[in-house]
Design a protein around this ligand. Structure first.
Ligand code: GUN
Length: 280
């Protein structure tokens, strides 16, 4: 039976480290994270509450700007401009997805790169791609922290990423590559997924399809990281069929309690990093 990788525990340790760092360095004023939530998507609202709660718990100021689903692009961009110009604001996160009438690209590109705690601004994407230090998107950064915590080696391993989103798949592949893995990226148009996933020493699944990965998709002894989260028949499940895969592999993340808490913890790490950098 696999080792269950306890994201909740690792996230708690990361948060504790950030909290102590904040105490020690006692920056001028309290560092502040502002999360912009547009509309009333229930899952988004719940994630945003979690981010604010965690920020406050570790000693950051956490503020939620809740805007109606009917907000115009001009109004939303105006809010971002105000936050960009506010010297008390260290990190800005616009929760995705946005309502269909708002263009995500335009919104992300409006956030000041030095306050972009998601690492989604093209300037930060480009810096990361070029190997120049910037902040990495929170979910892949959290996964790297998890692998490191459990001392699961990456260098020289074959890592397979299923999914190519800007939020997870693409930056995940890039982080693994920079950590010297050999990386394969699969996606919805990959004809025979299993051919690739069965070669993975490290398999990261961010496809958004419940139960996509079964025992037949994994190599015995692999490390499996499940980024998916779905409510199916009132139960939270991932992209990996945990019951089927766990007996076959070396290590696996649970859903919930795997990747999710790490994303939130890395958001705190990114906020503090950008806050200290900006305030000097
Ligand atoms: N929606 C799902 N994950 C994320 C994330 O990491 N950042 C933002 N801004 N929105 C998300």
């Amino acid at each position: 039976m696999a080792v269950v990788l306890d994201g909740k525990q690792v996230a708690a340790e990361l948060q504790d480290k950030v909290r102590r760092q904040l105490e020690r360095m006692a920056p001028k004023g309290r560092l502040k994270l502002v999360v912009v939530l547009v509309g009333d998507h229930p899952a988004s609202a719940s994630y945003v509450r979690g981010k604010q709660r965690t920020a406050e718990k570790i000693g950051l100021a956490g503020e939620v700007r809740h805007l109606p689903a009917s907000v115009t692009a001009e109004e939303l961009l105006g809010v971002i401009d105000t936050l960009n110009a506010d010297p008390d604001v260290d990190g800005i996160l616009v929760q995705l997805p946005l309502p269909a009438h708002l263009d995500e690209r335009t919104v992300i590109e409006r956030i000041a790169p030095e306050k972009d705690v998601d690492g989604f601004h093209p300037l930060n994407v480009g810096r990361n791609f070029a190997g120049v230090p910037a902040v990495w998107p929170c979910t892949p950064a959290g996964i790297m922290a998890l692998l490191e915590h459990y001392r699961l080696p990456v260098a020289g391993r074959h890592a397979v990423v299923v999914g190519r989103s800007n939020i997870v798949g693409k930056p995940m592949a890039q982080m693994l590559l920079q950590a010297d893995a050999t990386v394969t990226v699969c996606h919805s148009k990959t004809p025979d997924l299993g051919v690739h996933t069965r070669q993975a020493d490290i398999l990261v699944v961010a496809a958004g399809v419940p139960g996509l990965i079964g025992a037949e998709h994994v190599k015995p002894g692999a490390v499996v990281v499940d980024v998916g989260i779905h409510r199916v028949d009132g139960r939270l499940v991932g992209d990996v069929d945990f019951e089927a895969v766990a007996p076959v592999v070396q290590a696996i993340t649970p859903v919930p309690g795997g990747v999710g808490p790490l994303t939130v913890a890395m958001l705190m790490v990114n906020t503090v990093r950008l806050g200290f950098r900006r305030r000097g």
